[in-house]
Ligand binder design. Structure first.
Ligand SMILES: [Zn+2]
Ligand SMILES: [Zn+2]
Length: 364
């Protein structure tokens, strides 16, 4: 770590002369001494103090004269401008700068706060009333419209009308015992084996071989030392420049090889059985229907290997409201109490008949 002393610069606040050398304690133009308004800074080009003089600087900040506010070198016992003694001094370059900066920051914060208060309150007020208000009114209107349409459609309406038609339909499956061919991994009861062979039951993943693959990997490699400098204000018109060093790294890439397992699918064989078996199969469906109140099951003519299967039945009445007609499906017991020409009352909602003579209609 190397240390060097750099001479700083300052601007005279009285005659506006700029970039005066930090070691020149009075302005060369107007003669005003460096004081509590003076701030040292580094110029574009660094001016180094000669090595045999360097030891005089960086020993401590200049002291502030309590009477004329000028800055004086630490080794001076009396103020160069007015002759006041050093022992009465309470501040140095850093402590007085800090105090002045604090006072300045407080003033600026106060001004900013006053400006912010007035402009901020105007903004927030106009914002919430203008756009927000209009948007919520539009939303409420849209919601009311949707709710209105829903209510209009679902609102139950009553009609006094009559049954135009009462109809029924019945059907019965006819099943036949047939010999069918099936195959499976086992033969069920009643199956008569006709054949068996080995077939693929499922597949398993088996390690087949390894393949060499490559990938790029990066590494941080030590690449010597690099230097950098720091500057610190000494408060006496000079700065101390320190040179440090730190390790430098560079990124290196290399190809890495690795083995990747490759799998294959191997079939697992098992015995599959082919067999004949007798099953009841739906052969046909016999139907009957009518627009009267006397339903009957279709007449079945069964061959020797046939039997009666599943039965199905539906019953409905047709009613009219104004210009629309509805088909209402009812359970047999209810339907059998009604016939064409009967006066009825219906309740319609959502495009369906919900009630008939005040009884709730079961919905499909
Ligand atoms: Zn000046
Ligand atoms: Zn003085």
């Amino acid at each position: 770590m190397a240390r060097r002393i750099v001479e700083g610069l300052w601007d005279c606040p009285y005659c506006d002369t700029r970039a005066i050398g930090g070691l020149t304690k009075s302005c060369p133009c107007c003669g005003h001494p460096q004081d509590t308004d003076t701030r040292f800074y580094i110029g574009k080009e660094k001016k180094y103090v000669e090595e045999d003089l360097a030891s005089q600087y960086g020993q401590g900040p200049d002291w502030v004269c309590p009477y004329c506010k000028s800055l004086n070198r630490i080794r001076f016992q009396y103020c160069a401008a007015c002759g006041a003694p050093k022992e009465e001094s309470e501040d140095n370059y850093f402590s007085s700068s800090e105090k002045q900066d604090a006072i300045k920051a407080e003033k600026e914060a106060k001004i900013a706060a006053m400006a912010g208060e007035s402009s901020g309150s105007i903004n927030s007020d106009s914002g919430s009333r203008g756009g927000g208000g209009r948007k919520s009114v539009f939303l409420i209107v849209a919601l009311l419209a949707i709710v209105g349409i829903l209510i209009f459609n679902l609102w139950p309406r009553h009609y006094k009308t009559e049954i135009t038609t009462a109809a029924w339909a019945r059907s019965t499956d006819v099943e036949a015992l047939r010999t069918v061919q099936e195959s499976d991994w086992t033969i069920p009861a009643g199956g008569r084996k006709t054949d068996s062979r080995l077939e693929v039951h499922h597949y398993v993943q088996v390690l087949d071989h390894y393949e060499t693959r490559s990938r790029q990997v990066s590494e941080q490699v030590y690449d010597g030392e690099e230097t950098y400098t720091t500057l610190s204000n000494n408060g006496d018109g000079t700065f101390t420049e320190e040179t440090h060093s730190r390790p430098k790294y560079r990124t290196e890439y290399r190809t890495e090889y690795y083995e990747e397992p490759v799998y294959r699918s191997d079939p697992v064989f098992e015995t599959k059985y082919y067999y004949d078996i007798d099953r009841w199969i739906v052969d046909r469906t016999e139907k009957s229907s009518g627009a009267d109140s006397e339903p009957y099951w279709p007449e079945l003519t069964l061959a020797e290997n046939e039997r009666e299967g599943q039965r199905y039945e539906v019953y409905n009445v047709v009613v009219k409201s104004e210009d629309k007609s509805y088909t209402v499906y009812l359970p047999f017991d209810w339907w059998s109490e009604l016939k064409a020409g009967d006066k009825v009352e219906i309740t319609v909602s959502g495009g369906k008949v919900k009630k008939l003579n005040d009884r709730t209609v079961p919905q499909q």
